[in-house]
Write a protein that binds this ligand. Structure first.
Ligand SMILES: O=C(O)[C@H]1O[C@H](OP(=O)(O)OP(=O)(O)OC[C@H]2O[C@@H](n3ccc(=O)[nH]c3=O)[C@H](O)[C@@H]2O)[C@H](O)[C@@H](O)[C@@H]1O
Length: 433
């Protein structure tokens, strides 16, 4: 380190010796160099090229060094973003879908693109579960002209750029740190994705002109220790059983604030244990399927007094219909320039199936579709944030969104198993690859 510093700086600051003979020789050289007009022309050409290349790197240079490592920016990228966000039929919405490479996000993006909406996806492809599944979903969307930008919702610079490039009429915010039990291992990731990133997104929405309407994923877990059945939107949600639930509940309060102050139209959807093809490998129905096929044991939790746990499992196609209907019925935001110009809708809906099934019941259906017996390891539910049961009252969603789930667990799991076997290369009676 010392040697390097010695080479760079004079040993006594302010006392630099100038070699006069060398200095004159250099001056003569420079003079000879610029004397010829051809050489001057070449220098000019070089300077023009240098300036042009600097300007083409402007999006990276002027927004700060944090973007140097990001995979977005540039004229070509902006062109792709604009094309993806552009509606394919007159009057159709232009939707920014966050978490578009996720389970619900990819299905909703596809449904919107299929009917001609403009759809731009955003996803950080994190490794909470196998990112290769997220990339496979991305490729599926690309086949339908949907671009999924790689980036984090908490990146305010990226969001500002996206809103600058495309005029989104709606935001479908489905990016989140999901999973109830993982919240005990990594609570900070829930605060980052479900609270901090949500605020960054709402800031971008409130600054946009015109402001988009926001539809976003809350969760049935907000009901926490509520024991009034079925769960209605008017029930207590101030007793969350997990950090995950607490961050989703925080999201409901935060969106309320943006609705109240800035006139943002917001709709929170409380999803009830969503399952189906292209699903999440961390969820019970998915990991049970994997273990049963591999001959490995599964852990089945049981509640107090040996009571079975139950969930209001809801099939993905029903959830997609609910999301699209929420988007179509969302009233407009009313603010601009950071100020509210009138009241805007603030809505919360349950999207469930209304037919809870026990966890042993779920395993039984999987055994039937897989034609294999599960090795069940039944244990008492650990104190890990789980709740004993969920059951949705969907009358509000029925009334306002025309939401009407139509897939029972048996039918939905049949479709899931068919997808699973084909995606992972299984054939009946053994793995094919
Ligand atoms: O409805 C929701 O809001 C939530 O639904 C699911 O959470 P959860 O219902 O706990 O779904 P799973 O993790 O698939 O668990 C389903 C049931 O299986 C049980 N389970 C889970 C894992 C396991 O190894 N064994 C087991 O018996 C759980 O206790 C639970 O009763 C999602 O994972 C959450 O992201 C989502 O927000």
């Amino acid at each position: 380190m010392r040697a390097m510093e010695d080479g760079m700086f004079p040993s006594t600051p302010g006392k630099v010796k100038v070699d006069r003979a060398a200095h004159t020789a250099v001056q003569r050289q420079l003079h000879r160099c610029f004397a010829s007009t051809t050489t001057m022309f070449l220098w000019a050409l070089f300077l023009v090229a240098l300036t042009a290349s600097y300007l083409s790197f402007q999006p990276f240079v002027d927004t700060g060094s944090r973007f140097l490592s990001a995979s977005w920016g540039g004229i070509q990228w902006e062109h792709q973003v604009r094309a993806s966000a552009l509606p394919r039929r007159p009057g159709a919405p232009s939707v920014l879908v966050t978490g578009a490479a996720g389970f619900v996000g990819s299905h909703v993006s596809l449904a919107l693109a299929r009917r001609g909406d403009g759809v731009l996806g955003l996803d950080n492809y994190n490794s909470y579960y196998d990112p290769s599944l997220k990339h496979a979903r991305r490729l599926r969307l690309a086949e339908h002209g949907v671009l999924v930008v790689e980036g984090d919702v908490a990146d305010a610079g990226l969001l500002a750029k996206l809103f600058d490039v495309a005029a989104f009429t709606h935001v479908m915010h489905l990016a989140a740190q999901a999973g109830v039990r993982y919240a005990m291992e990594n609570p900070a990731s829930y605060v980052h994705s479900n609270v901090a990133a949500l605020v960054v997104l709402l800031e971008a929405c409130k600054d946009a002109d015109p402001q988009p309407a926001v539809v976003w994923a809350s969760s049935s877990s907000v009901y926490g220790l509520n024991d009034q059945v079925p769960f209605a939107e008017s029930d207590r949600t101030d007793r969350p059983a997990s950090i995950y639930a607490a961050t989703k509940k925080a999201g409901e309060e935060i969106t309320h604030t943006y609705n109240h102050i800035y006139g943002l139209s917001t709709t929170g959807l409380r999803f009830f244990t969503v399952y189906g093809p292209w699903g999440r490998p961390d969820m019970a129905y998915f990991s049970f399927t994997r273990n049963i096929l591999q001959g490995k044991p599964i852990t089945v939790y049981r509640g107090k007094d040996e009571a079975d746990l139950a969930r209001d499992f809801t099939y993905i196609d029903d959830i997609v219909k609910g999301c699209v209907a929420a988007l179509d019925t969302a009233g407009p935001s009313t603010g601009n320039g950071g100020r509210k110009r009138g009241p805007a809708p603030y809505r919360i809906y349950n999207l469930g199936n209304t037919q809870p099934v026990t966890v042993p019941g779920l395993v039984g259906i999987l055994e039937e579709h897989l034609q294999l017996k599960a090795k069940r390891n039944v244990v008492e539910m650990p104190g890990n944030g789980d709740v004993p049961f969920t059951h949705a009252n969907i009358s509000m969603a029925q009334r306002d969104l025309g939401y009407k789930p139509s897939t029972d667990l048996n039918t939905g799991l049949r479709k899931f198993v068919r997808w699973y076997l084909s995606y992972y290369g299984y054939q009946r009676g053994g793995k094919n690859v």
